[in-house]
Design a protein around this ligand. Structure first.
Ligand code: ARG
Length: 460
């Protein structure tokens, strides 16, 4: 069949060219936005006296019918259509005749596709934000439960100082809050209307772009028509924010994977979110978090693909830009899938405080606090440091920890040791002494949780 744009050429394109050119296999996802945009466009044209009110009404009704039939699956997407925009317009004309042919006045597919993509990604950004809120809430609940659960904090993956599991989880909450902010920020900049920029130069018709933008919930209109049809920075921004989010999800995944190994066994994952091995009967694998870690690379790839596609394009529209959709759809859908599984993984994950405590005790991470104890009793720090070190060495030799040495054993090293030393090297005491703002003390973790809850409340 000849193309809708037949005229300058016969429109009789080769089958191979058609298949190669067509984007409906992926841009069909924007059918709702395409119809929404076209309805607003028709009413704007009528308001401006460019088409009749009766035609606008026919167009709106026709489009509403198409939407209903696409939603219900009654109307299948025509795989031979060039793209979603052509498909909807063709179907409209099939249904309402001449009025349908008037819809494409004072617009081009170039501003139409920019519009549809902005509308579509705006909705996806909203979805992402609500899903991030859910993950933050799951982490907050765990952090509350474990605000006093001692675990070793690490640097270089070596036991360093005692912290609480709640404090550790709250670090991810803070990262996710910033991720959320970045997505919202991208959405805010994205929310400017390109419709009415037309092919590249604007139009001679007396259109009302502001009206159309308001109808579609935009904050304003794009003020340069070339910019409006040429740039895809809004998709890149969203993908950048998503890439950073994925980096955070990947680090959290990596820790969940480590924590659920026998070597750590700090957490037990719920059976519902683990898999078995086809050959090793003992296995309980953290596939969900491994996949999140794995999919992170793919999302980075989506971002790089679009950056690279755009870097050499002259203004304004070029067909290369059709390549934007698969990348950005994949990034968004991958991130949504990862969030939807990460939230229940965290919510159902059981912490094993005894295991964490044991690891914390075996790391001599209270040796600094022991030296400080002697210093407070009057001993110079260097001397206290040396004695603490010798005590650690003795523990290692004898398979003990600082908490299990007897007072008489302590007294072999210094008469300053008294019964109260055990209170000072108690790991919870060590944690509780770290009261600086943002520190690991229970009070500080409580303050963090409270602050985040305020932020979430303000968000709604
Ligand atoms: N399917 C095209 C895209 O996704 C729509 C815009 C086509 N515009 C054009 N002048 N060929 O970019």
């Amino acid at each position: 069949m000849a193309k809708m744009w037949a005229g300058r050429t016969s429109g009789m394109t080769d089958r191979v060219a058609d298949d190669f050119n067509s984007s409906i296999s992926f841009d069909y996802k924007m059918y709702r936005q395409d119809i929404q945009g076209s309805i607003a466009h028709a009413f704007m044209l009528a308001k401006q006296g460019i088409i009749s009110a009766a035609d606008a009404e026919l167009i709106a009704q026709g489009l509403a019918g198409i939407l209903e039939d696409l939603d219900s699956g009654k109307l299948p997407f025509d795989e031979t259509a060039e793209d979603i925009h052509m498909f909807v317009e063709q179907e409209l004309t099939k249904r309402i005749g001449d009025a349908g042919k008037r819809l494409h006045t004072a617009r081009s597919r170039n501003d139409q596709v920019a519009l549809d993509l902005r509308l579509y990604l705006r909705g996806e950004a909203d979805d992402l934000v609500s899903m991030m809120v859910e993950l933050i809430k799951a982490l907050l609940a765990k952090a509350k439960e474990h605000k006093a659960t001692i675990m070793p904090g690490y640097t270089h993956l070596q036991r360093a100082q005692p912290i609480t599991f709640g404090h550790h989880l709250m670090a991810y909450v803070m990262m996710l809050l910033r991720d959320m902010d970045r997505v919202k920020d991208a959405r805010r900049r994205m929310n400017q209307s390109p419709i009415g920029c037309c092919a590249l130069a604007g139009t001679t018709y007396d259109t009302d772009r502001d009206f159309e933008a308001r109808e579609l919930g935009f904050d304003g209109v794009m003020l340069n028509s070339l910019d409006g049809v040429s740039d895809r920075d809004f998709a890149l921004e969203l993908m950048s924010a998503i890439s950073i989010l994925m980096m955070h999800l990947s680090r959290l995944s990596e820790e969940v994977i480590l924590w659920s190994s026998w070597e750590f066994k700090f957490v037990e994952l719920d059976d519902a979110y683990t898999t078995g091995s086809s050959i090793m009967p003992q296995k309980k694998n953290p596939d969900m978090t491994e996949l999140i870690r794995g999919k992170t690379g793919r999302v980075y790839g989506d971002l790089m693909a679009l950056l690279t596609t755009l870097k050499g394009l002259p203004l304004a529209y070029n067909k290369d830009m059709q390549e934007d959709k698969e990348s950005v759809f994949d990034a968004v859908e991958t991130a949504k899938a990862c969030l939807s599984v990460m939230t229940p993984v965290i919510a159902t994950m059981r912490a094993l405080p005894e295991r964490m405590k044991k690891a914390a005790q075996e790391g001599f991470i209270n040796a600094t606090d022991l030296a400080d104890y002697l210093v407070r009793k009057g001993m110079p720090f260097r001397e206290a440091y040396k004695i603490s070190g010798e005590l650690v060495a003795r523990c290692i030799r004898e398979g003990k920890v600082l908490e299990t040495l007897t007072l008489s054993e302590y007294k072999e090293y210094s008469d300053l040791f008294e019964e109260d030393l055990y209170g000072e090297i108690d790991l919870l005491t060590c944690v509780e002494k770290r009261t600086s703002k943002g520190g690991t003390s229970v009070k500080s973790v409580e303050a963090q949780i409270e602050w985040v809850e305020e932020q979430l409340a303000m968000n709604n």
